[in-house]
Design a protein around this ligand. Structure first.
Ligand code: ADP
Ligand code: NI
Length: 217
């Protein structure tokens, strides 16, 4: 199979698996990550086949998507084998998928990662910022049954993935706990510039939210 066909099949596979997932990991998340990844790649370079393949498959085995306690990376890997993707390409794509998630930042920053890894991770993280990021946070919070905001608790400083997942804060706290950390975690200059603009927008949103909370504005 040629690369074009493999990418087409990966797109169809992602559409089928992610479908109408309700925490902001539906197929349109992949569509947005793809748009950002292509834009970053234009400026930074990198192998588009690896980047696009990783983007399509990055969430198919996510624990939130499959409804399990742990991620299942076998789903993406089996797909790549079925498509007869070259072994070295499978290795590259699987490394990206296994290590790109925000929860992995608790294990420390990965060194010597590929340009493709850095681009896909940045593109995924950009989707947690800006207007879309706000929408996704509240969608996720709704699914978890979280309050929009609870002024009686304060933002937590998570040090492990367990703490992060079982956080008891409100969705507005998630902005401090994760979203405002993202800009400095960006790997590429191109993504950091986009993240800066999106973060400014979210900060403005939070200011308006808190003012309305007290009946101001
Ligand atoms: P990753 O998929 O990289 O592990 P997450 O699952 O933490 O990242 O985040 C996926 C999306 O869900 C992001 O838009 C993120 O902001 C949102 N999200 C994650 N945890 C929460 C939470 N506790 N409250 C609100 N939104 C959340
Ligand atoms: Ni994602």
């Amino acid at each position: 199979m040629n690369k074009e066909e493999i990418l087409k099949n990966a797109e169809a596979f992602a559409k089928e698996v992610l479908g109408k997932e309700g925490t902001g990991h539906d197929f349109w998340h992949v569509y947005r990550v793809l748009s950002s990844a292509r834009k970053i790649q234009e400026a930074e370079g990198g192998d588009l086949f690896i980047i696009e393949l990783a983007v399509f498959l990055h969430d198919v085995g996510d624990w939130k998507v499959i409804g399990k306690d742990e991620d299942d990376y076998g789903i993406a890997e089996n797909f790549l084998r079925e498509q007869e993707v070259l072994e070295e390409d499978i290795k590259q794509v699987m490394f990206i998928i296994k290590n790109m998630s925000f929860s992995k930042t608790f294990e420390g920053k990965k060194k010597d990662v590929s340009l493709e890894f850095r681009i896909v991770q940045d593109a995924d993280r950009l989707d947690a910022l800006g207007a879309i990021g706000v929408a996704r946070a509240f969608a996720y919070g709704g699914k978890k049954g979280q309050l929009l905001y609870n002024p009686e608790v304060s933002a937590q400083d998570f040090s492990s993935v367990e703490e992060y997942r079982s956080g008891t804060g409100s969705t507005l706290h998630h902005f401090e706990e994760k979203l405002f950390l993202l800009k400095d975690l960006m790997n590429t200059k191109t993504a950091r510039a986009i993240a800066e603009k999106r973060e400014l927008f979210v900060k403005e949103y939070v200011a308006q939210f808190l003012a309305e909370w007290e009946g101001e504005l």
